[in-house]
Design a protein around this ligand. Sequence first.
Ligand code: A3P
Length: 295
Amino acid sequence: MELLQDISRQPLVTVKGVPLIKYFAEALEPLESFRVRPDDLLISTYPKSGTTWVSQILDMIYQGGDLEKCRRAPIFMRVPFLEFRCPGIPSGLEVLKDMAAPRLIKTHLPLALLPQTLLDEKVKVVYVARNAKDVAVSYYHFYHMAKVHPEPGTWDEFLEKFMAGEVSYGSWYQHVQEWWELSHTHPVLYLFYEDMKENPKREIQKILEFVGRPLPEKTVDHIVQHTSFTEMKKNPMTNYTTIPTNIMDHAVSPFMRRGIAGDWKTTFTVAQNERFDADYVEKMAGYNLNFRSEL
Ligand code: A3P
């Protein structure tokens, strides 16, 4: 078995033009044997867009709002990560094989790398998109604390890599665009992090309708309360503190870091912001996708 120090800070591996964490790249071939089930629900996001948040919301919905049932395991066991692989730890595929239906499945894969069966079988997808500037800042801090990524370099260097799609999972711009396109032909509920921040109850109602699991208003309020940033930050079943510190070091930056819209303003310089905006207009041209970078 590879030693933990050996799995740290490995260079990304490019698959079909998409840079990936080495072990996740190696998980793709075995994923060809992934067997979809009709009641699977896929949670898809570009990294740092609110995956853990919407995962906890969905598990609470599936458990009828029962928080105690949601304490049965950490979020990454309750909502397995499809392409996860790390030496010495069960892969996403292995966890999913033994999981009772109905399964909630997390992925960050762009469409080119997603197992085709998920598309062929029309598996329902909840997609969460977050504005690019907050994603870039959140990702920079995550690169620092999650050692499975390469060294992020300086913030300026990282931002350049982000804009060029040279970070793990590739281009944010392409990800949000292609899943948006897919939502026109496939059952995708396309949500925005900023809308969830603005009015979580409204967005949870959309999810309830999409998954066909109505709940009493009191239960919805309970879910809103227990999926707030404050509650999830102190909950060991959602805050990733059960992961060994040599994989995720919360002393460097907590996983539950700020949880707001507009945090990028503390990090972007005026020059970086201007350059980013000019590049953004070009990359997002022709897409009717409006992100809010602040509330
Ligand atoms: P920040 O780093 O900006 O704080 P993901 O789960 O996709 O990796 O996304 C992580 C980001 O979502 C982090 O953003 C984290 O703080 C934020 N987040 C997690 N739970 C949240 C919640 N309940 N409400 C708001 N933001 C949340």
